[in-house]
Ligand binder design. Structure first.
Ligand code: DAT
Ligand code: MG
Length: 149
């Protein structure tokens, strides 16, 4: 089953939006399979944002993601990678659609509340980077027959 990696960034935690953000994925019908509240080391931050290494904002990105605790999560479900990104909204919260997490709660690209994997392979890479196998919980929600034919 498809899985994606999501992280509520330090601004989402500091602003008390953890419950609100998780609620959206639960309510949508996706399944939580991993969750941890943690500080991010600069090593992990640099590996996570490796594709942005040459971008001018790389240093501030690493500084920000390591500035306070984050909620790292793995969610499961058919089409979850793309759908989770839709729930997140566009990278810049100022232009992100209302109804998305960034569109509803953010105003600045450097404080955009949440990370979500952008493709299936990215998701696999990020899940392996952030979680050990034994930290992921394989379970069958009883809700399944009410969510899918
Ligand atoms: P996303 O988080 O929507 O996948 P991304 O992968 O292009 O966006 O960039 C990673 C993060 O880097 C993004 O969440 C915020 C920051 N970022 C991206 N573009 C930026 C820019 N032009 N100026 C400042 N920060 C930026
Ligand atoms: Mg990205």
């Amino acid at each position: 089953m498809e899985r994606t990696f999501l992280a509520i960034k330090p601004d989402g935690v500091q602003r008390g939006l953890v419950g609100e953000i998780i609620r959206r994925y639960e309510a949508k019908g996706f399944t939580l399979v991993g969750l941890k509240f943690m500080n991010v080391t600069s090593e992990l931050a640099e590996q996570h944002y490796d594709v942005h290494r040459e971008r001018p904002f790389f240093a501030s990105l690493v500084e920000f993601i390591t500035s306070g605790p984050v909620v790292a999560m793995v969610w499961e479900g058919e089409g979850v990678v793309g759908a989770a990104r839709k729930i997140i909204g566009a990278t810049n919260p100022l232009t992100a659609e209302p109804g998305t997490v960034r569109g509803d709660f953010g105003i600045n690209i450097g404080r955009n509340l949440i990370h979500g994997s952008d493709a299936l392979e990215t998701a696999q890479r990020e899940i392996a980077l952030w979680f050990k196998d034994e930290e992921l919980v394989n379970w069958q929600p009883h809700l399944t027959p009410w969510l899918r034919e």
